[in-house]
Design a binder for this molecule. Structure first.
Ligand code: BYC
Length: 318
């Protein structure tokens, strides 16, 4: 009699599924490194959505009209929702929410560098919506086709909401550019401060990117950092010029041959400083998150107690 041995799936079979554009689902076999890479990227993405509420939340009570306030409030709530979809997607990979938050608080899990800059004027809310959400959409549209099913599906809904966010940001900038000289100057000043950090959102150049080659092979990432950055520049420059804003880059020039804008060098030393925890607001952002998390402990405890009671009642009935 021969034993019934079930062969374990191999990395080659896994890669063949990826190459055939099959989605990988939570209970499917996957290489451990694929799982860990997804946990890293999805949790980083979730943290970015949640930490990103802080620079915008800073202006909810000071929005210039009731309508702007209602719109901003809805946007910030959307970002919280995006965080929830993404934490849920990460949890399907076998990690708990507590562990994910703990990594954020210990600084072992990153979030987007852009949210370590301060929002000091109302125009910054326009610039965040227009530039930051545009950059996010350019990246996230490609992630709708990422190989991990729960992440891809979360991206579809997130992209729809981000499109509304982008428009509200651009509308704020348009309105300011139709206003007084002071309002125009405020809009231009915010573009001057947010432009370069927005370009950094796409990560290091392809040759310097630690994870890109493997992530492209596994189709976690569908387009390279530089390719996405170029698409963002091409569309944002035209949007800026359409409403009379200048892009703060003396090297920016349309390249007829390439059919794209050439642009100046990114300050990678600044990027390194910010992602390693030394940007203008890193400490403030994390401290605020830790405080909110501690203050919310009673909600988590109450929910856990309610859940335990509900399960006990169900068990007794059975
Ligand atoms: N900031 O090898 P690379 C939003 C890190 S929120 C910080 O290219 P990868 C919104 C990178 O993690 C949208 N760190 O990595 C919310 C890696 O470090 P580790 C946020 C960055 O993963 C509220 C190292 O540098 N979007 O829209 O292949 C209000 C080497 O990089 C950054 C996402 O999270 C950065 N900018 O590619 C308004 C999209 N860039 O982990 C709006 C999902 C790089 O080895 N994420 N690093 O320590 C991705 O698509 C990719 O993770 C990245 C980086 C393109 C960001």
């Amino acid at each position: 009699m021969t034993d019934n041995v079930v062969a374990l799936p191999s990395e080659e079979q896994f890669q063949a599924r990826i190459d055939a554009e099959e989605k990988i689902e939570p209970k499917d076999w996957m290489p451990e490194k694929y799982r860990q890479t997804l946990i890293r990227q999805i949790s980083q993405h979730a943290h970015s959505e949640v930490i990103g509420e802080q620079p915008e939340g800073n202006w909810i009570s000071r929005a210039p009209t009731l309508e702007r306030k209602a719109i901003l409030l809805a946007k910030v709530q959307d970002e919280a929702g995006h965080g929830l979809y993404l934490y849920s997607a990460a949890e399907t990979l076998g990690i708990t929410r507590e562990e994910l938050i703990d990594r954020l608080h210990k600084g072992t899990s990153k979030y987007a560098s852009i949210f370590n800059y301060p929002s000091i004027t109302w125009a910054d809310i326009g610039a965040i919506g227009w530039l930051v959400d545009s950059a996010a959409i350019v990246n996230q549209v490609s992630l709708q086709n990422t190989s991990y099913g729960p992440y891809a599906r979360a991206m579809v809904r997130i992209c729809k909401e981000e499109s509304f966010h982008q428009r509200q940001g651009y509308h704020i900038m348009m309105t300011l550019m139709e206003g007084s000289d002071e309002q125009k100057a405020m809009a231009q000043d915010s573009v001057n401060r947010w432009w370069w950090p927005a370009l950094m959102m796409f990560g290091p150049h392809d040759g310097e990117s630690a994870h890109s080659a493997q992530n492209m092979k596994w189709k976690i990432k569908r387009r390279a950092n530089d390719d996405l950055r170029q698409q963002f520049v091409d569309q944002a420059v035209q949007q800026a010029h359409a409403i009379g804003l200048e892009v703060p880059d003396p090297d920016l020039k349309w390249n007829e041959e390439r059919g794209h804008y050439d642009f100046g060098a990114i300050d990678w030393a600044e990027f390194e400083r910010v992602v390693s925890g030394n940007g203008p607001c890193n400490r403030q952002r994390l401290a605020h998150h830790v405080k909110a998390h501690e203050e919310g402990a009673w909600v988590r405890e109450a929910m856990a107690a309610y859940d335990a009671k509900r399960r006990a009642r169900k068990a007794n009935v059975a």
